[in-house]
Ligand binder design. Structure first.
Ligand code: NAD
Length: 344
């Protein structure tokens, strides 16, 4: 098929679970985007992806970068390879959408930030939940002052995944595994984005129940003193909630149910006021889709659509919300702070 000059050409690196669940389907359905090459050392994975996207299957990123017509690279390889893949793409002058977390260690994260600056390309990190309707409703409610000043945050993200259900690399911290990098980093990013604050201290308890660092209790503090209490696990749940506890009420972002709830106290009577869902008519299509497909989460599509819109030179409103490489580095630093608190 001829590529029109208006099409944004993409190379997808890593054709595993998230690529199959979200990225290939999204990129195939995005007007103005085309997957040119798919990269995976596993022949079965790359051939399946190549068929799904009508793209060329290759086994290394270098081969993909040699293809003509690639403008952007989507990195969904195992976490410990993110930095290497993102830096190679930046050095080839390509824009990069790198899955979260930005890297498995600080050197890797800093390397990507520096490579993006030197090459003058855009790096977006896959903290797609910023574009989830429940998170956007909560951010609007906070900026309207609906719960007053936030004093504390409770963050819980648990996905029951038996050890044999995790890919090998996710079972071992050195290869980018562990629940803090994998699940908690999503919440760290959301909390920074919701409150506009940085994490300044951390104290954690970590356990290897079934695989390395698969359970974590963390007490973080933000730079204005707000306390964040977190629990993360591959062996419990499912639960994905952030509670923002404010002077005049509570906001609960519940991704599993797809809603944000506002609870405010009554002024004259004893007890809590009514709980109100903040979902509006704009979210109706999303909620109906979830009735038939409970795992549906449109934020994956919105994030990649925003990335493609930047490359095309026509950034959508969502593009301004994409996490930058610097955001990715801040989230990584918060995770490393928590891990370091129990290393001594
Ligand atoms: N944003 C989200 O909500 C979200 C959800 C799931 C996963 N992720 C992230 O996506 C990444 C991939 O996760 P997954 O669950 O799909 O993992 P996975 O193990 O299912 O897939 C990884 C794929 O990368 C391939 N791979 C290994 N070495 C490679 C190399 N050198 N070059 C290219 N490909 C290589 C593997 O063969 C595999 O097919 C992780 O970093 C994870 O944190 C993000």
């Amino acid at each position: 098929m001829m590529r029109s000059r208006a099409e944004v050409g993409i190379a997808l690196v890593g054709c595993g679970t998230i690529a199959r669940f979200a990225h290939l389907r999204t990129l195939r359905g995005l007007p103005g985007a085309r997957v040119v090459a798919v990269v995976d050392p596993d022949a079965r994975a790359r051939n399946m992806a190549a068929r799904a996207a009508s793209a060329s299957p290759v086994s290394t990123l270098e081969e993909a970068l040699a293809h003509a017509g690639i403008d952007g690279v989507v990195v969904s390889s195992p976490t410990s390879l993110h930095a290497e893949h993102a830096v190679a793409a930046c050095r080839a002058g390509k824009h990069v959408y790198v899955e979260k977390p930005l890297a498995a260690d600080l050197d890797g994260g800093r390397w990507v930030v520096a490579a993006a600056r030197e090459a003058g390309v855009r790096v977006a990190v896959g903290y797609n939940r910023r574009l989830h309707p429940a998170a956007r409703q909560a951010r609007a409610a906070l900026s309207e002052g609906r719960i007053g000043g936030v004093l504390a945050v409770r963050s819980t993200f648990c996905e029951p995944q038996p050890k044999q259900g995790l890919p090998g690399w996710k079972r071992v911290r050195d290869t980018g595994g562990g629940v803090l990098l994998d699940l908690a980093s999503h919440h760290v990013d959301l909390i920074r984005w919701l409150l506009g604050r940085e994490i300044s201290t951390a104290s954690a308890q970590l356990q290897d129940r079934s695989s390395e660092l698969d359970t974590a209790w963390v007490h973080w503090t933000l730079d204005d003193g707000i306390a964040v209490q977190g629990f993360y696990s591959f062996g419990a749940g499912p639960l994905d909630q952030i509670e923002l506890i404010g002077e005049r009420g509570v906001l609960v972002i519940d991704r599993v149910r797809g809603v944000t709830t506002l609870v405010t106290r009554r002024s004259r009577r004893y007890g809590l006021g009514p709980q109100r869902s903040l979902s509006g008519p704009a979210d109706l299509a999303d909620r109906l889709r979830r009735l038939v497909q409970p795992a549906h989460d449109d934020s994956y599509r919105r994030a990649l659509a925003a990335f493609v819109s930047i490359i095309a030179g026509r950034p959508t409103a969502d593009a301004a919300e994409l996490a930058t490489a610097e955001d990715g580095l801040r989230a990584l630093e918060a995770v490393l702070l928590a891990e370091a608190s129990c290393a001594s």
